[in-house]
Design a protein around this ligand. Structure first.
Ligand code: P61
Length: 461
């Protein structure tokens, strides 16, 4: 295995103690949580890989910026600072903050749905985006390349749109029934997999041909830009900023959960290229939903930290180290024979639990079973991205079968060291050795929407 890795381009200035629990404690804590790690207290987690969303470490520049927060209800100086940074990055005309990604979604998506029977098409909708598409009265269709589902084999851009299918869906449903095309970069549900610049340009051509609005769900757009630079020859001499600008130029709307590539603990952005009418609608609608358009649910200090974080996430040495951590953990697991989505993507290692625990059927949630075992082993908290998360069909209410059953080991930004990742790898390897003893799960309680957050489960004896 290649031991040459990239040391962090920062040093530690402040620490947050974490503690290991005993196995006996974890057995009872997991039971109390209803076999759902979302219900664990974070204090009972040793290494928390549930998400990279809002869990990163801020820089001293960000902490210093907090002190500059202007908490004015209207016209906050901090808003104008954030607006300037977001405009520089996107070259878009209109910027509205939101409290996080789903806040941006709940404001923008309903503006694009003016009647029943409409569809959004995405390479893959993330679950909150899908939920807001459905809440707005539309339906969400995914259209990613087939290579994405072949976890073992290398493809440089497994997040790409399946272009022929995209055209076929538009033709089948009728272009007037497509409310928007959503490019999710990186493609979270597929394994944090990047989308190539070439593919995005093709999607743009299709959107223009059929006159369809193009949106970017760009929570991790900076990581995507780094992959473009690494893997598309034409971009190797371009800066991350230049690549990002080229991407934004393709779209009409950019929605961002800034808790990822904004390296902030909270925040979201609505960025509109030039559609003044849409901007005015969003500015009006955001008031009852998120707050006045110069704060959108954020404090002034949040906006200051975000303005700094957005720029830091575009620094190349930071991105190089970040993606190297993911690669490092992925390589350790692969070397031990564990099936993962390969190559690793931007923010997490995704373990293929259809292959890890093939004896557990999709509606007994194999990736949840593996994740729980990893928690029991070493206090590491992964998250399930599979049929448990996907939920039920909104029309038939049948359990949907996810094409992939993934356990996501999500790496927060600038937070854990390679030594922590060694502990994670050892825990997963140990569980893999005993994989035949894993059992599936069934519901004790199932909430009607976004069930994975609060459901209670029990192991099937
Ligand atoms: C995550 F367990 N992602 O990956 P918000 N678009 C995209 C996202 O990845 C995303 C959002 C929009 C999360 C947080 C999360 O069931 C879960 O700021 C590509 O979280 O509102 C969020 O952004 C929404 C974790 C979301 C979950 C839903 O961990």
């Amino acid at each position: 295995m290649d031991r040459k890795y990239v040391a962090p381009p920062y040093r530690i200035k402040m620490v947050e103690p974490i503690k290991m629990t005993t196995k006996e404690e974890r057995i009872s804590l997991l039971k109390e949580s209803g076999y759902n790690p979302f219900s664990l207290r974070s204090e009972d987690v040793y290494i928390d890989l549930l998400t990279d969303s809002g869990t990163g470490a801020m820089s001293h520049f960000q902490w210093a910026a907090l002190m500059m927060g202007d908490e004015a209800y209207a016209g906050s100086r901090s808003f104008y600072r954030l607006e300037k940074v977001a405009k520089e990055i996107t070259n878009y005309k209109y910027i509205i903050p939101a409290h996080q990604g789903r806040g941006a979604e709940q404001v923008v998506l309903p503006q694009l749905v003016d009647r029943d029977g409409l569809y959004f098409i995405s390479n893959m909708h993330f679950d909150t985006t899908r939920a807001h598409v459905e809440l707005a009265g539309a339906r969400a269709l995914d259209c990613v390349i087939d290579e994405c589902f072949d976890t073992e084999n290398y493809h440089p851009f497994k997040g790409n749109f399946h272009l022929e299918n995209l055209v076929r869906i538009i033709e089948e449903k009728g272009k007037e029934n497509i409310a928007g095309i959503i490019m999710t970069i990186t493609n979270n549900s597929a394994g944090g997999q990047p989308v190539s610049m070439e593919n995005m340009h093709e999607v743009k051509k299709i959107a223009v041909k059929y006159g369809i609005t193009l949106l970017i769900d760009g929570a991790r757009y900076a990581e995507n830009a780094y992959f473009v630079k690494q893997r598309e020859d034409r971009y190797k001499n371009k800066s991350i900023r230049e690549i990002a600008l080229e991407v934004f130029d393709l779209a009409d709307i950019f929605l961002m959960s800034a808790k990822k590539d904004g390296i902030s603990n909270i925040g979201g952005l609505i960025c509109i290229k030039e559609d003044t009418d849409l901007y005015n609608k969003c500015r009006t609608y955001i008031v009852p939903m998120e707050g006045f358009p110069t704060y959108g649910g954020l404090t002034g200090r949040d906006m200051e930290a975000l303005a700094v974080g957005l720029n830091e996430a575009l620094e190349e040495d930071y991105l190089e180290h970040r993606l190297d951590q993911v690669r490092y953990l992925g390589d350790k697991l692969r070397d031990a024979g564990i099936p993962i989505q390969y190559p690793t993507g931007g923010h997490a290692v995704f373990v293929d639990c259809k292959k890890f625990a093939p004896h557990i059927p999709f509606d007994q949630f194999p990736a949840q079973a593996v994740g729980n075992a990893v928690y029991l082993e070493a206090g590491v908290r992964p998250v399930e991205i599979g049929s448990f998360l996907l939920g039920r069909d909104p029309d038939t209410h049948k359990n949907l079968e996810s094409p992939l059953e993934l356990m996501r080991l999500t790496i927060p930004r600038r937070t854990y060291t390679y030594a922590h990742l060694d502990v994670v790898a050892d825990a997963v390897i140990e569980v893999y050795k005993n994989r035949d003893s894993l059992v599936g799960l069934e519901f004790d309680y199932e909430p009607p929407v976004l069930r994975h957050f609060t459901a209670r489960l029990r192991p099937i004896k």
